[in-house]
Ligand binder design. Structure first.
Ligand code: CA
Length: 227
């Protein structure tokens, strides 16, 4: 049974989540503040955490940072905030995904299951050498991409971007994280670089670059690879 820790200070939402999650065979624990959440995260070893960012005693971002110091349990953020900045901060702090309030239970469950599934699949290792889609194949060791029986030539920067995305399938990677990893610490705000390079990658890999199927943009947030 999958154990979910719901961290949310709105009692009605906690109750609704509890009913819906239990109906789908999740085991549910809940905390209404950050301090309790950290205690339960440490003692009850949940399989996944659903975390509201606006808590009465501490910033949800600090809850994420504290949980990340001790482990890799997936964290799905609930955000009522309209700006994407908090969501980006949450992702950069180590959250795995986010759902914006108000959300449908189905959407939350889909994200929850995906987060749990990703955490259960082993980290990409030396044995994961080939990533195959219907349109192209990526060899992570040889650093080669093939499409329609031909090698696709990528620049080192394009390769680095693609490598980060395809080794985290389904996971939203924030713009800032990609910029920091590919270009370095002084480029954290150069989202336009990313747009240019993602457009180049799509032209090389996507059948219809203007309607990408694999290299997906989450507007204002980041990118994800759907295999
Ligand atoms: Ca709240």
């Amino acid at each position: 049974m999958t154990r979910v820790l719901v961290v949310e200070d709105d009692p009605q939402l906690v109750r609704a989540l509890r009913i819906n999650l239990q109906a789908r065979k999740f085991e549910v624990e809940s905390a209404t503040d950050g301090g309790t959440a950290l205690r339960l995260a440490a003692t009850r070893t949940p399989d996944v955490i659903v975390l509201d960012l606006g808590l009465p005693d501490m910033d949800g971002i600090d809850v994420i940072k504290a949980v990340r110091q001790t482990g890799r349990v997936p964290i799905l953020v609930l955000s009522a905030r309209h700006t994407s900045e908090d969501k980006i901060r949450a992702l950069d702090a180590g959250a795995d995904d986010y759902v914006t309030k108000p959300f449908s239970v189905d959407e939350l469950l889909a994200r929850l299951r995906a987060a749990v599934r990703r955490s259960e699949s082993p980290e990409p290792s030396e044995e994961t050498v080939l990533v195959t889609t219907e349109d192209f194949t990526v060899d992570l060791v040889a650093k080669k991409v093939r499409r329609d029986g031909r090698d696709v030539r990528l620049t080192p920067t394009e390769w680095h971007l693609l490598e980060i995305l395809i080794t985290h399938p389904g996971r939203l990677i924030s713009q800032r994280q990609l910029l920091l990893e590919v270009w370095g610490p002084t480029y954290g705000d150069k989202a336009n670089y990313l747009r240019v390079y993602m457009a180049q990658l799509r032209r090389k890999l996507e059948a219809d670059p203007s309607h990408p199927r694999y290299l997906i943009t989450e507007p204002g947030m980041g990118y994800r690879f759907e295999g």
